[in-house]
Design a protein around this ligand. Sequence first.
Ligand code: TYM
Length: 328
Amino acid sequence: MKKMLSGIKPSGRLTLGNYIGAIRKFVEYQDEYELYVFIANLHAITVAQDKAELKKNTKDLIALYLACGLDPKKVTIFLQSDVHEHAELGWIMTCNSYMGELQRMTQYKDKTAKGETGITAGLFTYPSLMAADILLYDADYVPVGIDQKQHVELTRNLAERFNNRYGETFVIPEPVVAKVGAKIYSLQNPTKKMSKSEENPKGTIDLLDEPSLARKKVMSAVTDSLGIIQYDPENQPGISNLLTILSSLNGESIESIVNRYEGKGYGEFKKEVGQQVFDFLTDLQKRYNEIIASGMAEQVIKEGNEKASFIARKKLSKVKRKIGFEVF
Ligand code: TYM
């Protein structure tokens, strides 16, 4: 069975973008692959986190993984900071990365271009840590949204570089990016990614938003004045984004939705999208509340940490031997 791995940062409340671009795919893949899904909390602290919020977001993320349909019998779900090998291989990967290639990573580039101050060294080197996350488990595939594809490509380069220098050690992973939904955009600014850290909350649907509030956000989503429902991200980014959201949630092809709405108005279309989001969140939050009440998250993580640690320990010791760290 091929291996697959992915993670999400608990750096804010999870969005519909995280669900459509990432978690939804993990759920689909869990039957087909040996799947590892983790909470990337070492990555979360590349920007300052409030302690209480970080704890809450971490617990919520575990519960949401489960509520979205990840089955701990099939998937290893673990907490990154509890598997120490990530930080250790992360350092080795940092020493295997060039400043120039990290400077080309868009997240860092965008922040520096905007003249943001207080950028941590961790934010700069975090793609190397992400490479370690992936390489520790010999992952063949890494399902991610489009914004993370560049990091998986860097991982491939780092793995090849290491293999060339020290001999075959790492599997070269491939990014898996969904055909529909690899980038969900802000409802208020549909050329910008829907993000946990967006300033305008009206643009982002949180998975834990009150469903009726989420419906309102859809109804007030920015569109255009063309009045035609068609998939044209260039000229109609708002409508195209809503088409992607609806198609991802109800499984209908975009083409079929477009056909259904021929000659119809935006109001009616938004109503259906809003209702779909409302129903989706209502179901999801029901399961989320049950999971929180059951206290099962702790056990899931405990077992997942053990499984992940076992694999990571073996891999790291192989890496250390190759480098020349194990002398006796
Ligand atoms: P993070 O936490 O920013 O996002 C988690 C996943 O959600 C996807 N995503 C989106 N997809 C579609 N539309 C959106 N608006 C949207 N916003 C986010 C992301 O592409 C990602 O797949 N560095 C990673 C976490 C990470 C990781 C890893 C992932 C750490 N180590 C190893 C894979 C493998 C991150 O910050 O994702």
